[in-house]
Design a binder for this molecule. Structure first.
Ligand SMILES: O=P(O)(O)OC[C@H]1O[C@H](O)[C@H](O)[C@@H](O)[C@@H]1O
Length: 300
């Protein structure tokens, strides 16, 4: 449903004291009206979304939302500037599927599953006055995975897994979002007070008391979904993340552990808060059943 974009439109870029807010922002022209355009960057096919209410970028690899920026706001998602030639793009909302983390039996299989390494098919795109809706599909063996994205003033992602086999199957999955923040030392995560889970850094059960602050890394899997808020004192904004009925909320930041191809200062600019069903909350699907994950996000 694209319309042609105005010629000579100037790229839009928000700068901060710490540098550029998002490495893909230069590709977009928010004033271009409603359009969907394909382009290529670092060997990946990207779909650029320009709408009066928001701009966004998807990668065909992974069906991965890499950038989302409601009009008048800073970008909501963080993305690494450099991507490996082959492999997962670090940033945006990678879909971890059909397993989260290490495969439970096959040590040589890729971390976080096949979905973020595979090319997805765009099965629908439409725009109206309030925003855009996109549908991505991945078909692998007996599985059909669909990602529906509604983007406007808010962002809503829904992941649905169906399997066409008559056998029962198990999976774990996550919408592994990387949120763009001013500085990981200046944010707090609200809404987890009393939540129980597992701290994977110390390999112990944990229970959150009050606000969660990140001190040299965090890797906790809480056994609940629902709403959490990233309170960003540096940018004076709150990112509200509603994980609805997701089984788990995962909070991750590598702290001082290096992340391949991500510079130290880049790594300070994100916090990963994910909607997931993993570990002991992995999903067992009987024939005909569906598994779902969702994230609804807005800025306050
Ligand atoms: O480096 P990746 O495979 O993209 O994974 C990034 C991170 O994702 C998750 O949150 C995992 O729980 C972490 O263990 C992992 O380091």
């Amino acid at each position: 449903m694209g319309v042609s974009e105005p010629r000579h439109a100037r790229p839009h870029r928000v700068k901060t004291g710490e540098g550029v807010d998002h490495p893909l922002a230069d590709l977009l022209r928010p004033e271009a009206g409603q359009s969907f355009r394909w382009t290529e960057q670092q060997g990946r096919e990207l779909l650029l979304v320009e709408h009066p209410r928001c701009t966004a970028v998807f990668s065909r690899q992974g069906g991965q939302l890499l950038h989302f920026q409601p009009r008048g706001e800073r970008p909501l998602l963080w993305c690494a500037a450099r991507w490996p030639r082959i492999g997962a793009i670090r940033g945006g909302v990678p879909v971890c599927w059909p397993w989260f983390g290490r495969h439970p039996m096959e040590s040589g299989w890729p971390h976080h599953g096949w979905a973020r390494l595979s090319d997805w098919r765009l099965t629908g795109k439409e725009a109206d006055a309030t925003g855009v809706r996109l549908n991505w599909r991945l078909e692998l063996h007996d599985w059909v995975v669909e990602l529906e994205a509604e983007l406007g003033d808010e962002m809503h992602l829904r992941l649905t897994t169906r399997h066409r086999d008559s056998e029962t199957c198990v999976l774990s999955h996550a919408l592994h979002a990387y949120w763009r923040i001013s500085d990981v030392a200046r944010v707090g995560l609200l809404g987890l007070d009393g939540a129980e889970g597992r701290d994977l850094l110390v390999r112990e059960a944990c229970r959150q008391e009050g606000e969660l602050r990140i001190v040299d890394g965090c890797h906790r899997v809480f056994r609940r979904g629902g709403k959490v808020t990233i309170q960003d004192a540096g940018w004076q904004r709150r990112i509200c993340i509603d994980g609805g009925g997701n089984a788990n909320t995962v909070v991750w930041h590598p702290g001082s552990r290096p992340l391949g191809e991500v510079s130290w200062s880049e790594g300070l600019g994100f916090l990963s808060v994910q909607g997931a069903a993993c570990g002991q909350d992995g999903v067992t699907l009987v024939a005909g059943e569906e598994a779902r994950l969702s994230l609804r996000v807005w800025v306050e």
